[in-house]
Write a new protein. Structure first.
Lengths: 231, 425
């Protein structure tokens, strides 16, 4: 059950030349669950006309007065967003969609690449608002350190551990992609007690699911209709 | 302009003995027609802004996250149980010959979807007075094949949700609440419809609010919402609203079964579905009606109380309705059972009321197992349906809908008084 609404871009956080966070105030704020996504359009909509061109983005916040979406410039439409998005611009939204829900109780291990951190930012807000002490590990592979959008806020989340990997520049984090051994060695003997959430490219999802199953880990969830339940 | 037109269409005054008192009906003012014209002038016609607004408000009313509008309460029931047959639910999904506990003293389209999905209805008797499932020995009706309980809150009176929820949790059953006659009823101060996995409502003119034709499936589970909408919308995998595309962001980038890679997601079908959608015109009427719902509920309760007070002196002849303990019904109607020892039959009193312009109705199918349609249907009966047969033979109901005024109630009670005086002299 979704709502169609206009919204206003309040501010833009520019983490990298091709990675921005838009903070948007929707005209109609509705409940949604961490992990859900929205449709975003640069054009205003009319109820009498078909919905304008839009793109799908995870909602990267929860429980705030505004909504955040993390946008990576990858193609024609996201390039247009980077050209036209400015504070004060009116946009159109439809939300919420999706069953990639993150509010289930239990220890969580998050494996993501690049902007795939996006749905999990809403989880961090959710845990913070719930004052949860639930243990969460985030394994995040990014090309540049500036892509670690969660880095600045991580200390405020009680029991959340960030394990970053940066592939294209030298910094304090390992300069490579995450490997399954990183995950298993960090989580220890009770790795299979965690619920694993994956978000990233199809190649990443397929290879990680295979590697996790090879390590006898079965509770894996990723953003896909055919595998929206535990795989 | 529309308001002016409606204002000039006057309804005549009530004339006792001449004006028919319906058992139910729509209660409109100009706002329904204003919305209807507004929606028509959009020329969008299929579900749009009014449907979106209604779904949100109606779900909030129940304290739930999801409402999916459909074209009738019967379709809502069909979708509610059919959604649970989806293979996407894995081992939990309902399979042919699984059993569904229900009652025969009710409306056929609470039960028909069970049959239509090759499931086995298990009929349990009802209690007189509440006209709901007899929960006392209900646990004995549960077998290893029992997977679901699907029940209506009869005529607005909640069934024993305390006992039912205990069994649902103990045996890990699905629960579908048919709330078609019970919008606004509460149990333990919580809206009926918010206890089970799915709930259904109807917006046919007889019901608490109307769209002409219409219904809804409510749930708090996004997985069930998706399944309901898939079955509603041709069985498709896509969940774009009308006029939208690529909501999933992967319209041409997925592998679905044996289809070619990237086959348009708009034309991928996960289920054998239907088209049970409704129009924005209907939803527009519903938006106006919804604003009146609290007042309608109170008027129904008021009318029920007046009838109860006025008829309680005949409790030796008539079984009057009783609210289920812990509940506050938003009554659909006022059911009455003629006692066996009464010096008249149900048909006698119904005939008298009807001849005096008071509409009556049977409790729907009475005993569905005795209906011609069920002659060759596979079902099981737990115990005996003794009370169900009493409902079939001796029960009827009269209306409490908001269009019934205090003057009409006075008249109804006078007619009852006259009838019983004549029959007991």
């Amino acid at each position: 059950m979704t709502v169609t609404t206009g919204g206003t871009i309040e501010s833009i956080e520019k983490f990298h030349e091709d990675l921005w966070m838009l903070n948007i105030t929707p005209d109609k704020m509705r409940r949604y669950q961490p992990g859900q996504f929205l449709q975003f359009s640069l054009d205003e909509f009319s109820y009498s006309q078909p919905w304008p061109e839009s793109r799908t983005f995870s909602i990267a916040s929860w429980g705030r007065e505004y909504m955040r979406i993390l946008i990576k410039k990858t193609g024609r439409y996201t390039s247009r967003i980077f050209e036209e998005a400015i504070p004060g611009k009116r946009v159109s939204l439809k939300y919420p969609y999706g069953e990639f829900l993150l509010s289930e109780n239990g220890q969580k291990a998050i494996l993501c690449t690049g902007a795939g951190i996006s749905p999990f930012l809403s989880l961090l807000d959710y845990l913070s608002k719930a004052e949860s002490r639930e243990e969460v590990f985030i394994f995040h592979t990014v090309p540049y350190k500036s892509y670690l959008v969660e880095l600045g806020d991580i200390s405020q989340y009680g029991n959340v551990h960030l394990v970053p990997f940066v592939t294209r520049e030298n910094c304090e984090f390992p300069r490579r992609r995450m490997l399954i051994d990183d995950v298993i060695s960090t989580l220890g003997d009770n790795a299979n007690q965690f619920i694993f959430y994956l978000c990233g490219s199809d190649g990443f999802l397929l290879s990680m699911q295979r590697e996790l199953r090879n390590n006898e880990i079965e509770r894996i969830k990723s953003e896909s209709w055919t595998v929206f339940k535990e795989v | 302009m529309t308001s002016e037109f409606i204002g000039s269409s006057n309804v005549g005054a009530f004339v006792p003995g001449k004006t028919i008192i319906p058992f139910a009906g729509r209660v409109f003012d100009d706002s329904e027609i204003v919305n209807l014209v507004d929606a028509a002038l959009d020329t969008w016609l299929t579900a749009g802004r009014y449907a979106e607004e209604f779904e949100y408000e109606f779900a909030e009313f129940f304290g739930l996250s999801s409402c999916s509008l459909v074209n009738s309460g019967s379709s809502a029931n069909l979708l509610a149980i059919t959604a649970l047959t989806s293979p996407k639910l894995g081992d939990r999904c309902l399979k042919p010959r699984d059993e569904v506990i229900t009652v025969a003293a009710g409306f056929p389209t609470t039960v028909n979807p069970i049959v239509q999905n090759n499931l086995i209805p298990v009929f349990v008797d009802v209690e007189l007075g509440t006209y709901n499932i007899s929960a006392e020995n209900l646990e004995e009706a549960i077998t290893t094949r029992t997977k679901t309980i699907m029940l209506a809150h009869t005529l607005g009176n909640p069934f024993d949700l305390g006992k039912i929820m205990q069994l649902v949790k103990k045996y890990d059953l699905f629960l579908i609440e048919d709330c078609c006659d019970a919008v606004g009823s509460t149990y333990d101060n919580k809206m009926v419809g918010s206890f089970g996995d799915l709930a259904t409502t109807s917006f046919y003119p007889a019901h608490h609010i109307t769209m002409g034709e219409g219904g809804a499936v409510l749930t708090d589970n996004p997985e069930y919402e998706r399944l309901v909408r898939s079955f509603r919308d041709w069985g498709r995998d896509c969940y774009c609203e009308p006029g939208a595309f690529n909501t999933c962001g992967r319209r041409f980038e997925q592998q679905h079964g044996d289809l070619p890679y990237g086959y348009d997601h708009k034309y991928v079908y996960s289920h054998i579905g239907y088209n049970l959608k409704l129009t924005d015109l209907q939803a527009a009427v519903g938006v106006a009606q919804f604003k009146k719902l609290p007042a309608f509920i109170e008027k129904r309760k008021h009318n029920f109380q007046r009838l109860k007070e006025g008829l309680k002196k005949y409790s030796e002849l008539l079984i009057l309705p009783e609210a289920t303990p812990s509940s506050d019904p938003s009554w659909f109607a006022f059911p009455i059972t003629v006692k066996e020892e009464a010096p008249f039959t149900r048909n006698d009193i119904v005939g008298y009321l009807e001849s005096n312009k008071i509409m009556t109705r049977m409790l729907f199918g009475g005993n569905l197992t005795r209906q011609p349609a069920y002659k060759d249907v596979k079902y099981r009966i737990f115990g005996e349906l003794t009370n169900t047969d009493i409902v079939l033979n001796r029960n009827f109901f009269i209306g409490v809908y908001p269009g019934i005024t205090d003057e009409m109630i006075d008249y109804i009670l006078d007619v009852f008084d006259n009838f019983i005086r004549e029959r007991t002299q």
